[in-house]
Design a protein around this ligand. Structure first.
Ligand SMILES: Cc1cn([C@H]2C[C@H](O)[C@@H](COP(=O)(O)OP(=O)(O)OP(=O)(O)O)O2)c(=O)[nH]c1=O
Length: 204
């Protein structure tokens, strides 16, 4: 039995949902990620989370055209990006990109925006989590060595706070799970609104 579909390829999001005892099944969706010229980082990250959950919902309801949409459980989509000096940082494309990104974040505070959306037959709801993260000064040599570990390539801003990148972080104000990719308190709020259970199997 599943209570939720997760429209995400991110292993972090799977682990975070499992952490709070949600029974889910993964769906594959493909949503192009491109910020529009008139779109703020907050609007952009929320649009992507909504588009991911809506794409998942469409693919389920199209595949079960004859099934009653009320019988299909909700779909969760999420997106995480870094905002620094008004610009959006997504995933680094290569080592030079990583050096530029972490070089800019070195010794500075950046903002991690993480949005989570749920779609069901009653429509889509989205919540945003905002976290400020301060990095200590980083040397270029250290950033190049970090790139070679393979960790940063698939991560917004080019680091993983839950991994080797933890040693860059001097201070965090906000949601740790949001930085990792799925803000769990905001997720719980949506799950409650949509009647999806969490903490399954956690009672003594
Ligand atoms: C800042 C930061 C990001 N990340 C990850 C979380 C997300 O997986 C990724 C941001 O990319 P996203 O585009 O939000 O997500 P994704 O492409 O990995 O997965 P999907 O769209 O299929 O859901 O960066 C970390 O794992 N640790 C961190 O500290």
């Amino acid at each position: 039995m599943v209570d939720l579909y997760l429209a995400s390829q991110s292993p972090r999001r799977r682990e975070l949902l499992a952490q709070i005892g949600v029974q889910y099944q993964v769906l594959e969706v493909n949503v192009p990620e491109r910020q529009q010229s008139n779109e703020s980082p907050r609007e952009y990250v929320q649009r992507l989370a909504q588009e991911k959950s809506q794409a998942g919902w469409r693919c389920l309801t199209d595949a079960n055209r004859r099934a009653d949409a009320k019988m299909v459980c909700p779909v969760l989509g999420a997106d995480t990006l870094i905002e620094f000096q008004g610009r959006v940082l997504e995933k680094p494309e290569n080592e030079a990109d990583e050096v530029a990104m972490l070089g800019a974040l070195s010794g500075q505070t950046h903002r991690v925006l993480s949005a989570v959306a749920l779609t069901s037959e009653r429509g889509t709801a989205v919540k945003l989590s905002v976290t400020d993260v301060r990095f200590r000064p980083l040397s270029e040599q250290e950033v190049r060595r970090y790139w070679r570990t393979g960790e940063p390539a698939d991560k917004a801003g080019g680091y993983g706070i839950q991994g080797l990148g933890a040693v860059f972080v001097e201070h965090l104000s906000g949601s740790y799970s949001g930085v990792v990719g799925l803000p769990l308190n905001e997720t719980r709020e949506l799950l409650e609104d949509y009647g999806v259970a969490y903490w399954i199997g956690q009672d003594a």
